[in-house]
Design a protein around this ligand. Structure first.
Ligand code: FES
Length: 85
């Protein structure tokens, strides 16, 4: 799932019912991460298959590359709320 507001572009991942939000733009070449596959907690970029742990933002083969994470929660009306700062 993807969420955009102003300059924020966020990918929202559902890992076993728990939501996590990370930058939607891949740090490699800007691929749209929300369009990639989610295998467990591994989010796979659709362009060149870099993989990120969406719970931590860490890239699997280069831990120095980390996606920005956002606080996310579900409201009582089931709306998904992302905290952009
Ligand atoms: S743009 Fe994501 S792996 Fe290349």
């Amino acid at each position: 799932m993807e969420f955009r507001q102003d300059s924020a572009d966020v990918a929202i991942c559902n890992v076993d019912g728990e939501l996590f939000a990370v930058d939607n733009r891949c740090p490699h070449r800007g691929g749209p991460l929300a369009m990639g596959a989610l295998h467990g907690k591994q989010l796979v970029c659709p362009w060149h298959a870099w993989e990120f742990d969406c719970t931590t933002g860490v890239c699997d083969f280069n831990p120095a590359v980390v996606l920005r994470r956002y606080a996310v929660r579900t409201a009582e009306d089931r709306s998904i709320l992302v905290e952009l700062d």
